[in-house]
Design a protein around this ligand. Structure first.
Ligand SMILES: NC(=O)c1ccc[n+]([C@@H]2O[C@H](COP(=O)([O-])OP(=O)(O)OC[C@H]3O[C@@H](n4cnc5c(N)ncnc54)[C@H](O)[C@@H]3O)[C@@H](O)[C@H]2O)c1
Ligand SMILES: O=C(O)[C@H](O)[C@@H](O)[C@H](O)[C@H](O)CO
Length: 267
């Protein structure tokens, strides 16, 4: 059965690099029109969007917003509406991670992470769901969570709390918006080779990281991007409210990971 997203329009947050960039490209290659979100205007994003439009015969565009600012999120959807007719797919991908001992975590750092990793996906989901409900053709919202939505790790309590919150939002939104044909799915990567964990991998050692992951290797962005296309497609029409872990069984191997004295983030 062919997996196609022809005729669908997607908005991907954090599409300028890493997992989001690969997801956006894969959605375009599957035939979807794609809005690439970036925090700051960047020539590379415009170039990639234009190139993929030509290569895939789809419409692409770029929207800009600092997702820590709710007003900027409202503006981003106005930018989107100015370029596209409707939204069928929202990928809440953008997010960040930093390390603090819990007792010393500055409140502003806690709040800053909540704003980008939990509140922004909620605000974006509201915008998307209102448009999907009005259009009456259903839709798909994918929340990019993490193995840390279940498995906690010293030094990133705020990240785990935000991702766990997002996992619960996935469930709540799926229940509330099911009657409109809107599916909401969590996608939780394990360790994927991107900028977000480059420092961590260098400090812990790639060989160690690989050895803690049952499948034996750190994932690549393509491992998450391909699954995203499937989850957005008609083949996944009965999947909603649940979370798919794409982690090589990393999350089930915490004992091995935790026994290392240097497993934490050095805080
Ligand atoms: N790489 C991994 O191992 C891994 C594992 C689990 C979950 N994740 C999640 O995957 C998602 C993508 O991460 P990645 O690995 O591609 O990392 P990345 O650092 O390469 O990408 C993060 C993206 O989020 C955007 N972003 C961050 N703060 C923003 C803000 N204030 N406003 C607008 N955009 C902002 C960045 O510009 C970038 O596009 C994140 O939600 C992350 O938590 C990644
Ligand atoms: O959720 C994430 O962004 C990742 O899982 C990272 O936190 C690391 O890859 C993991 O903690 C192993 O070092």
């Amino acid at each position: 059965m062919e997996i196609t997203l022809k005729g669908k329009t997607a908005l991907v947050t954090g599409a300028n690099r890493g997992i989001g960039a690969h997801m956006a490209e894969s959605l375009a290659r599957a035939g979807a029109n794609v809005a690439f979100h970036t925090r700051k205007p960047r020539d590379e994003v415009n170039d990639t969007a234009e190139r993929l439009a030509k290569e895939c015969g789809v419409k692409t565009g770029v929207v800009v917003a600092d997702l820590s600012d709710p007003q900027a999120i409202d503006d981003m959807f106005e930018q989107f509406d100015g370029q596209f007719e409707q939204i069928d797919i929202l990928i809440n991908n953008a997010g960040f991670e930093n390390a603090h001992a819990l007792e010393d975590m500055p409140r502003e750092d806690w709040l800053a992470l909540m704003n980008v990793n939990l509140n922004a996906p909620f605000y974006c989901s509201q915008h998307a769901a209102r448009r999907m409900k009005k259009a009456g053709q259903g839709g798909v919202i994918i929340n990019v969570q993490s193995v840390h939505d279940e498995v906690v790790r010293k030094g990133v309590a705020h990240y785990s709390v935000a991702k766990a919150g997002l996992k619960t939002l996935t469930r709540a939104a799926a229940v509330e918006w099911g009657e409109y044909g809107i599916r909401v799915v969590g996608l939780s990567p394990g360790a994927i080779g991107t900028d977000i964990n480059q420092e961590d991998n260098e400090r812990l050692g790639i060989d160690n990281m690989n050895s803690w992951i049952p499948l034996g290797f750190i994932g690549e962005t393509k491992d998450v991007a391909g699954v995203t296309v499937f989850l957005c497609s008609e083949q996944a029409r009965y999947i909603t409210g649940t979370t798919l872990y794409v982690d090589g069984a990393f999350m089930h191997n915490v004992m091995r990971y935790d026994m290392r004295p240097d497993h934490d983030l050095g805080v």
